[in-house]
Write a protein that binds this ligand. Sequence first.
Ligand code: UT7
Length: 337
Amino acid sequence: MSSAEHSVFIRAIGVHAPDRKLTNAELSKMVDTSDEWIKTRSGISERRIAAANENPSDMGAKAAAVALGRAGLTAADIDLLIVATMTPDVPFPSTACLLQAKLGLRRDIPCFDISAACSGFVYALQVATDMMRSGRYRRALVIGAEKLSSVVDWTDRTTCVLFGDGAGAVVLETTPTPHVGILGNLLGADGNNAELLHCVAGGSAAPATPDSISAGKHFLRMNGKEVFRHAVRVMAESCERVLAQCNVTSDQVAWFIPHQANIRILEAVASQLNVGMERFPFNLDRYGNTSAASIPLALEEAWREGKIKHGDLVLIVAFGSGLTWGATLLRWHEPSR
Ligand code: UT7
């Protein structure tokens, strides 16, 4: 950061999760699975499922309203909106534009989506931060909002037990004070492994046809074992690289907030970093994998429960379809309650 640049910090955070809980017991009546298998292999007990008329823009707008309310700000105070989602309301326009209208944000601000699947929130955070450092944008809303239940094949037990719906939003703000908020970040991608977690139809390469629909080509498909392997390696490496970039050791980090995909992935990353699981707060047991919403959902819970305190170093790290990954180190600046 040059001396002319501003710091960017999280001024407030808000979340929204749908009311409907889908338990492992219910899932075991839908596909050949069991509470025991799901808990042992993933750590998940239940997940939230959005109502038919509850879209990512609706959940994102509710999360953003909570964050704005906590910050004591109104829609007019926001200069930039970025939405991370792999389940946009519609192919176009962007979910960000739909959200802008729902929130009543100003018309002279950029509003756009970022497509980086489960790494979307970390990508959006970095893009927003880089746009704000010059001082051109003072306050941004960064939102992760997902309705995975709409792209999951509810007859495929290897994926349908893992995912859930929800949204999280942060209000970012600039300050001339150096070394607060976002200290360092990195992003990466490996498109050669795109097929490990993808959806083959519904885009311009394969528009919807009766055949593509009956063949289930609009659903998410995943090679779970391979994704698991890459996730552990890349998340641990990303943590180490962002720590080195900021000249910080893992001992100095108070909290690690990883993308909430599988408790065994979190345990393996913690073990590779030589960090105890007590510094890895998680909520995937109650929400499953909510993709771009998972980090803000976990971050908000850890903050609301009083774990994360002013001045703490917090490392967030994500991994997802693309493949994509990213990590951000921040010094927590107590957000507005
Ligand atoms: O957000 C990033 C994206 N996603 C992830 O990070 C997910 C990464 N991968 C994973 O979390 C894990 O690989 C899974 C949870 C998906 C699977 O765990 P695993 O230990 O890798 O299991 P597996 O795929 O090797 O399957 C073991 C067995 C198989 O049976 P056989 O071949 O051993 O007879 C599966 O057919 O478990 C079977 N199986 C199930 N059994 C009961 C797979 N899914 C289920 C299920 N219930 N839901």
